[in-house]
Design a protein around this ligand. Structure first.
Ligand SMILES: [Fe+2]
Length: 137
């Protein structure tokens, strides 16, 4: 049976930049995996593994975006990078909780979902026109 996903990718999240869209989809998948793991409350080990991999992937993804910011000389890169940094900080706090063997909560998973959708829809959208103009597709 197909249970509905916690975090469903929607077309409106697409920036129409293939590489970035694919990376965002991977992050969505990590958040869904984490949701499933958090649902099984005794599975703290698994949740820790997922959040660790997710934060590593988020770093890789942010580095991809930030390299493009440099390349295209993006004027809003400073504020955008600050958002990435605060996300990483927050996730590392969650990781610490998990490292102490405390179970992660739905509040965390909800936070990740809201942060990513808001970030894509508001902050990421701002660079799309410039990326496109610079032939980053
Ligand atoms: Fe971003």
């Amino acid at each position: 049976m197909n249970k509905e996903l916690f975090f469903t990718w929607k077309n409106m999240y697409s920036l129409k930049i293939h590489e970035i869209d694919e990376q965002h989809k991977v992050l969505v998948k990590f958040i869904n995996d984490l949701y499933v793991s958090v649902s099984k409350k005794q599975d703290t080990e698994k949740s820790r593994e997922i959040i660790t991999k997710m934060s590593e992937y988020a770093l890789f993804h942010f580095a991809t975006e930030e390299a493009y910011f440099k390349k295209v000389n993006y004027d809003k890169s400073e504020e955008h990078i600050l958002q990435h940094q605060s996300f990483i900080k927050k996730v590392s706090e969650f990781k610490e909780i998990s490292d102490k063997n405390h179970p992660l909560t739905f509040r965390l998973v909800q936070y990740l979902k809201i942060w990513l959708t808001d970030h894509i829809l508001i902050e990421d959208k701002k660079y799309v026109a410039l990326f496109k103009a610079m032939n980053i597709n």
